[in-house]
Design a protein around this ligand. Structure first.
Ligand SMILES: Nc1ncnc2c1ncn2[C@@H]1O[C@H](COP(=O)(O)OP(=O)(O)OP(=O)(O)O)[C@@H](O)[C@H]1O
Length: 403
């Protein structure tokens, strides 16, 4: 799948296997380390699992597609996830208007198919030299993935409102992706705005600055702070609020009525993972590829038995739990054992001997947090990012586990 890691790493996204092979041959000879993706989900997994310096992006992946719509949508996702990684789009001769749309959307440049090898190499080298800002980080933002029409519609709604100034309330049980969706909304907002993360539980006073406030656990703000926030939202200098809550449906009384009126205008309710078979399959495949690439392990095959086991079991911790199960599935020795995917065998320590302390899910969480913190030299921001948590959420868990 990968060539010897010599020069810069280039991710080439194209569904055409022959073009992939020809490009790999050319680019490897010229010192690039080439990663291949054949469609949008693969590209999103690759760019989040590995360090990528530059993306070469064909714009059509479905058989017969020529509109470039798939590629333009993927371009936006890639730029939201990794704003510092330049993307060069590849178009056919007829695709000048698509190339212009891609440049408008943030592509660094474009190249026409069939390309001249020398011109392509020069373009890649120049683009790498001129790239903006910091290079990509391996543990940067994750894509928000879905496999069902229901979740796709929900994501479309989120993307539509992302570009407005509307306050948004995101609710859902633990691990369903509330924080991830909030970060995606911030990344897709058009303006270059500053955002502040606020932990509802530990917040003692409302901050002064910040264009967007992401409030995790808004129901845990004290009643006086909720009232003060409602008043602030009536003022001319009101920030935009993206509020996350685990419990609005179960206990609406926790919200001050004035605050409810402000932040409840756009409500996105993330459902529990259990029973969402199409989402489970899409997420499982993504996490499998992601962890295989990240740990340098072969990607185990997911057969029908595995998929039925995943679809049938409960997911009390939702996507966070599926992510952990798939990481263990990648790391285990006997990759074909379906038992790894059923809840009875999730007891920590059994799947990856020696890496996790035996005991409850709590023990596993503590161990995971500790290992991640160590790996990042106790840098909480980076550890939180890797674990898919906000910093306040990680601090809360660290306190709970006495770390
Ligand atoms: N749709 C998704 N696609 C990809 N990854 C996801 C998705 N939803 C959740 N995840 C992953 O699952 C984990 C938990 O997500 P997140 O922290 O956003 O959940 P949450 O609802 O905010 O949880 P909590 O309420 O416990 O803070 C993270 O690793 C996140 O990247």
């Amino acid at each position: 799948m990968t060539d010897s890691p010599s020069g810069p790493t280039l991710l080439f996204v194209d569904d055409d296997i022959d073009i992939q092979s020809a490009a790999r041959l050319l680019l490897t000879r010229r010192g690039f380390h080439v990663l291949a993706a054949h469609n949008a989900p693969e590209a999103l997994t690759r760019i989040t699992a590995q360090n990528v310096d530059l993306v070469l992006l064909d714009l059509n992946y479905a058989p017969g597609a020529t509109s470039g719509a798939e590629g333009l949508a993927l371009l936006k996702e890639l730029l939201a996830l990794r704003p510092h990684v330049p993307v060069i789009v590849v178009t056919g001769h007829s695709g000048v208007s698509i190339a212009v749309a891609a440049i408008r959307a943030g592509a660094a440049d474009f190249v026409m198919k069939p390309w001249s090898n020398e011109r392509l190499i020069t373009l890649l080298q120049n683009t790498l030299q001129n790239r903006r800002g910091a290079p990509s980080e391996i543990h940067g933002e994750q894509p928000f993935l879905c496999g069902s029409d229901f979740m796709r519609r929900l994501l479309e709604k989120a993307d539509r409102v992302a570009t407005t100034r509307a306050h948004i309330l995101i609710s859902g049980p633990t691990g369903t992706g509330k924080s991830l969706l909030a970060r995606r909304i911030c990344a897709h907002a058009t303006d270059d705005v500053s955002s502040l993360s606020i932990d509802g539980e530990s917040c003692e006073a409302l901050p002064q600055g910040g264009d967007v406030w992401v409030i995790d656990g808004i129901e845990r703000l004290t009643p006086p702070l909720q009232r003060a926030l409602a008043d602030r939202l009536d003022s001319a200098t009101a920030p935009r609020i993206i509020a996350l809550t685990g419990s609005i449906e179960s206990d609406p009384t926790k919200f001050h009525p004035a605050l409810q009126l402000h932040i409840g205008t756009i409500h996105i309710a993330l459902p529990p993972l259990e029973g969402r078979e199409e989402d489970i399959v899409a997420l499982a495949r993504h996490f499998l590829r992601y962890f295989a690439a990240r740990h340098g392990y072969p990607e185990p095959a997911l057969d029908d038995d595995h998929l039925s086991a995943l679809a049938a079991r409960p997911w009390p911790q939702n996507v966070r739990e599926l992510r952990q199960v798939m990481e263990r599935f990648v790391l285990r020795d006997e990759v074909n054992d379906t038992a790894a995917l059923v809840p009875g065998t999730l007891s920590p320590g059994t799947l990856v001997p020696g890496t996790l302390a035996p005991g409850t899910l709590e023990d596993a969480e503590r161990s995971l947090i500790e290992t991640t913190l160590r790996r990042h030299g106790f840098n909480v921001t980076r550890a939180a990012r890797e674990l898919g948590l906000t910093r306040p959420a990680l601090y809360r868990r660290m306190a709970r586990h006495g770390l």
